[in-house]
Design a binder for this molecule. Structure first.
Ligand SMILES: Nc1nc2c(ncn2[C@@H]2O[C@H](COP(=O)(O)OP(=O)(O)OP(=O)(O)O)[C@@H](O)[C@H]2O)c(=O)[nH]1
Length: 841
């Protein structure tokens, strides 16, 4: 069995690895998508950060600008004191009123003047303040420095604007508070504005963070270039008290609050101006400052920035944390869209690649299959053709070569070119298309014409490709069966020959059997006539449509008489040798064609041997022709059949000839044994056979029977006188005379020498006596001669005995007759004496 792998078409490998490009493309696509999404996210982040940084930078700058604007107010206070070291409370209030601080700087808690009071000046100062009518007409008798206690220097809040809500701060000695004291001393020594750390404003019950910005005020006219000079020249401080929350509300764009959390921490003095803070002090938190503002989404840890600013020699750090939302929140729609699109596109690309690969594989498979199919078609031993519109559209080598064409020669030609005639082509179409139009395939044998004009037979199978389009393509497969048909024909012929041979064998066997049976019958026949009757019957068995005749030679050896016939009677019942070519030529003669001159005359004038062939066979034994077999057949036959029936006729003739020859020989021998050769009469042996039989018949029938013994008188003397030959002639003449006097059925035999016995059947005494007398008379009337010489009168004596009167047996009857003969001799010869013997008991 052929390996299936070898049968499978050679197709591209579809194993592992074919999906690799698609997977790689998908991976690349996903990677690109991820990268693109990452870039978008990063870009968005950068955008957000840029916006965030821009917002926070702007906010920081704005904060700083706003604070500077605030500080300008403080610088205005400094200018106020630069004009006069003795600015009283009313001047101060008037100055501030011009600033319209409540309106322009709502973040102010208060603006103050802090006076530096050395310990030595404490009391004078208190006295002056308590007596000062500038602030109120009755003065401020309860004014005091608080908290009480001795300190090297006091920094006393001398007046504050507004007073409402800030009155508690009047008289407060800032030197008692280390954080204030540090800031005051730093401002004093630096000559620059200085801020405090976060302080809790005593005048502010809200508890929010606060700080105080102060600017040192020096006495006019005193140098302030050095620290010492500035310490000596210090008058006090102009101060602004801030509530950080209120301040930042002025500064911060409220629209940003929902989008970010802003915290401000105080990181301590910068440039070593003071002790650093271990922990930055929170100054402001937008979440607390704007509780009414609904914050955006969650804080974005990745969107945090810090901006340091310097406020009165203190470092503030503004911490910004963006909140998720429409300003800083990530727009995931775009990356998500990109991601989804990228994934979809990647998948589509991968699917396309898979499909492309699949198409490529399918295309390769299709190409391989087509190539294989083409190879199969091209190399097929059968013919394969595509026909459309009765035109050969394609043809393989098998189809073209079958008719001696090259494919290029026959492609494009009409299918009619293959058929021997228009009629054959039309008949083919009428036979084929009814089947094809049902959608079934048609198969059949067609006779086609080769390129060289010779014809061949092809077995054809056809089918419409699309039954809905009868004029469309049809596929035809053909193979040359010319040789096969020849072989089939030869086989059929051989088979027919074999059948004929077998039939012939059977017929021959039957004929042999018939011949054998004929031989058996012929051998069993007691007489020639019986045999001849059998011949006619068997001849009809062997030659059923025949007629014929068997002629037998007559005693004259000249003529032949028809003794057995079958079918129509022969034209000549008797003939001579001249009437038959077989007898003339001494050998078998047959004639199977019309020829008047060569046709045997015994068949009759005008016999046509072409219509009725015949054969004649001489029947001979030991070169002695004794008969003729003539067979006339019913009609012509093929040469072989004619030969066979001639052989059969020959065999039949041989069988018949041999059988008849044997029969004739047997008859001759028998005749010789029972006949007297001289006279031709039956002899004594024959009489011994016949007499008992005739006696039995007479006994059965009751008829009479007579036996007469006839003896020539004085024959010895006749012999002696005329010689023995003359005696023989007399005996012959006597025999003929006796035969002439008896009836058919009677018997005349030579009993011995010159003695004869005449057996007269079915006769009574009277007739027997008269018949015996007739015999005697006939003999006596003979005038025999020999060699031209008369021999004189002949007489004979007869002894007559009758059955049953004179004997019941052959012996007794002959004895009675012999006794009667003796008496006739005794009584003078030439007479008839009847036995006188008595009837047997
Ligand atoms: N020519 C011839 N003679 C025969 C033949 N057979 C017998 N004879 C002779 O016939 C004669 C018979 O003679 P016999 O028996 O004495 O009788 P016969 O002379 O006829 O005398 P009768 O009978 O008393 O009248 C013999 O001489 C025989 O030789 C025969 O076939 N041919």
């Amino acid at each position: 069995m052929t390996d299936k792998k070898q049968q499978a078409p050679h197709l591209p490998n579809r194993g592992n690895g074919r999906a690799l490009p698609a997977v790689a493309a998908l991976a690349c696509g996903l990677l690109l998508t991820a990268g693109l999404c990452l870039l978008i996210v990063r870009y968005q982040n950068a955008q957000l950060r840029e916006r965030f940084e821009s917002d926070t930078a702007r906010l920081t700058a704005l904060t700083q600008t706003q604070l500077l604007a605030h500080f300008e107010t403080l610088l205005g206070v400094k200018g106020l004191f630069a004009a006069s070291d003795t600015v009283d409370r009313r001047q101060f209030q008037r100055f501030l009123a011009q600033q319209d601080l409540k309106k322009n700087h709502p973040g102010f808690q208060a603006i103050q003047f802090v006076r530096m009071v050395p310990a030595a000046q404490r009391q004078p100062y208190l006295d002056a303040m308590r007596a000062d009518a500038g602030s109120m007409p009755e003065g401020a008798p309860r004014f005091d420095i608080k908290p009480p206690g001795a300190r090297p220097v006091h920094y006393v809040i001398e007046f504050t604007v507004p007073m409402e809500g800030n009155g508690a701060a009047i008289g407060l000695d800032l030197a008692s508070m280390p954080s204030h004291l540090t800031a005051l001393e730093l401002g004093r020594d630096s000559g620059l504005p200085v801020a405090t750390e976060r302080v809790k404003l005593v005048q502010d019950p809200s508890g929010q963070a606060g700080f105080v910005m102060r600017v040192p005020l020096y006495r006019n006219g005193m140098p302030t270039q050095t620290v010492e000079q500035r310490q000596l020249a210090l008058l006090g401080f102009g101060a602004i008290v801030y509530r950080v929350g209120d301040l930042m509300k002025e500064v911060i764009d409220p629209q940003l609050i929902p989008h970010m959390r802003i915290r401000i921490v105080d990181t301590g003095y910068v440039r070593g101006s003071g002790p650093p803070l271990a922990v930055p002090a929170p100054m402001f938190d937008s979440r607390e400052a704007y509780p009414e503002v609904v914050p955006g989404g969650a804080e974005l840890p990745g969107l945090v920035t810090h901006h340091p600013i310097e406020i009165g020699q203190r470092g503030w750090r503004l911490d910004f944390v963006a909140r998720d939302g429409d300003r800083y929140g990530h727009n995931y729609l775009l990356p998500a869209s990109v991601a989804v699109s990228g994934v979809v596109i990647s998948l589509l690309i991968a699917v396309q690649l898979v499909a492309l690969d699949r198409r490529r594989v399918l295309a390769a498979q299709l190409a391989a299959a087509l190539a294989e199919q083409k190879a199969i078609v091209d190399n097929a031993t059968v013919g394969i053709e595509l026909v459309r519109d009765r035109t050969i559209r394609s043809s393989n080598q098998g189809a073209a070569g079958m008719l001696g064409y090259e494919p290029a020669e026959i492609i494009g030609r009409s299918t009619r070119a293959k058929f021997p005639s228009d009629e054959a082509y039309r008949a083919f179409g009428e036979q084929v298309y009814p089947t094809l139009l049902t959608g079934r395939s048609w198969s059949g044998d067609v006779e086609w014409v080769r390129k060289d004009g010779s014809h061949t037979w092809c077995r054809l199978h056809g089918k419409l490709v699309d039954v809905a389009r009868p004029d469309g393509d049809s596929i035809w497969v053909s193979y040359d069966i010319g040789a096969q048909r020849q072989a089939d024909a030869a086989l059929q012929a051989a088979n027919a020959d074999l059948q004929r041979s077998l039939a012939q064998v059977a017929r021959t066997q039957r004929e042999v059997a018939d011949l054998s049976e004929l031989s058996g019958f012929l051998q069993a026949c007691p007489a020639l006539d019986d045999a001849l009757d059998c011949i006619g019957e068997f001849a009809l068995r062997l030659f059923p449509d025949s007629s014929g005749v068997v002629y037998m030679m007559e005693a004259d050896r000249e003529t032949l008489s028809a003794r057995a016939t079958w079918g129509p009677a022969p034209a000549l019942p008797t003939l001579t040798a001249d009437a038959c070519w077989a007898l003339r030529r001494g050998k078998a003669y047959r004639m199977e064609r019309a020829s008047a001159s060569l046709c045997c005359p015994h068949l009759g004038a005008g016999h046509d041997a072409a219509d009725a062939p015949y054969a004649c066979f001489p029947l001979a034994a030991q070169a002695n022709t004794f008969g003729l077999l003539s067979i006339r057949h019913g009609g012509p036959a093929t040469h072989a059949a004619a030969e066979l029936r001639y052989q059969l006729a020959t065999a039949m003739a041989e069988h018949i000839g041999l059988a008849l020859a044997n029969m004739l020989l047997r008859d001759t021998l028998r005749q010789q044994s029972v006949r007297d050769p001289l006279t031709g009469l039956h002899n004594r042996r024959h009489l011994a056979e016949v007499l008992p039989r005739e006696l039995a018949r007479a006994h059965r029938s009751g008829a009479g029977l007579a036996v007469a013994i006839v003896d020539v008188d004085h024959f010895k003397r006749f012999n002696d006188r005329h010689g023995h030959d003359a005696g023989d002639a007399v005996l012959v003449a006597v025999a003929q005379a006796m035969l002439a006097q008896v009836r058919q059925g009677d018997l005349v035999c030579r009993y011995g020498g010159e003695e004869f016995v005449v057996l007269l059947t079915d006769i009574d005494v009277t007739l027997g006596e008269s018949r015996s007398e007739q015999i005697r008379l006939a003999i006596s009337q003979l005038a025999p001669a020999h060699l031209g010489q008369p021999l004189g009168q002949i007489t004979a004596s007869l002894g007559l005995a009758f059955y049953p009167q004179h004997g019941g047996t052959a012996d007794s009857l002959l004895k009675s007759a012999d006794t009667a003969l003796y008496r006739a001799k005794e009584d003078g010869r030439n007479r008839v004496c009847v036995s006188a013997a008595p009837a047997p008991a």
